[in-house]
Design a protein around this ligand. Structure first.
Ligand SMILES: Nc1nc2c(ncn2[C@@H]2O[C@H](COP(=O)(O)OP(=O)(O)OP(=O)(O)O)[C@@H](O)[C@H]2O)c(=O)[nH]1
Ligand SMILES: [Mg+2]
Length: 197
């Protein structure tokens, strides 16, 4: 039985210069703006407002770090969750979007502590161009000691038939609802397995 027994906010980093030091294994959450990254961190850790979520896209603008303690049998494992700003948020200026993506790209590629990339996709729109691009991008930059997990959010918005089809189409996917707390235990087991084998 694997459980998260503790989670707390560490810090927010705005640029490469104020980045916190590495060393502890990290899980990076990425995906389109509004897909439910921050909400997923909250449901995984069983906290209401650890990561700030909002119905307004573009809520997360900094790189936010959380310290998380997993418990398995009698052992405790400390890791970090990293909540990243969403891609494709239209309501900021082009130059700001460019600055963000440059900064994020640098972070994702150079952060040695990242062990797991969590790519979140909206269960209702699983094959958007931007997600295909993210999938390719992650495959290309992934090192041997890193894993990628694809998590489909908002499955509460699908009917049974649509969900079955999605599961057939994405055999390795993990399917969750943050609002209905579905799929969360399985997600935690898979994240833990990706981190610690
Ligand atoms: N129905 C439903 N709504 C969800 C689910 N997960 C998140 N939401 C809603 O989707 C909206 C966006 O959620 P966030 O967690 O802020 O999304 P985000 O990916 O962190 O967004 P950015 O920080 O802007 O990149 C909020 O209104 C959430 O309540 C889910 O599983 N089901
Ligand atoms: Mg967010």
């Amino acid at each position: 039985m694997i459980q998260i027994i503790q989670a707390n906010f560490i810090t927010s980093c705005t640029s490469d210069r104020d980045m916190i030091s590495e060393g502890i294994s990290e899980v990076a959450f990425l995906g389109r703006s509004n897909v439910g990254k921050s909400s997923f961190i909250n449901t995984l850790t069983n906290h209401k407002n650890l990561a700030k979520s909002s119905s307004t896209p573009g809520k997360t603008r900094l790189i936010n770090f959380f310290e998380v303690a997993y418990k398995k049998d009698d052992d405790k494992y400390i890791v970090r969750f990293v909540d990243l700003p969403g891609f494709g948020y239209a309501k900021v200026s082009k130059s700001m979007q460019k600055e963000w993506s440059r900064h994020l790209n640098y972070f994702i590629k150079n952060r040695a502590s990242i062990r797991v990339f969590i790519h979140l996709l909206d269960a209702r729109h699983p094959s958007q161009k931007i997600d295909q691009d993210v999938r390719e991008y992650l495959k290309n930059i992934k090192r041997d000691d890193q894993e990628i997990l694809e998590i489909f959010t908002k499955i509460d918005k699908l009917n049974q038939k649509e969900l079955s089809k999605l599961k057939r189409d994405y055999k390795d996917g993990i399917f969750v609802s943050n609002s209905k707390k579905r799929g969360i235990d399985e997600a935690n087991q898979k994240i833990f397995a990706s981190l610690f084998g």
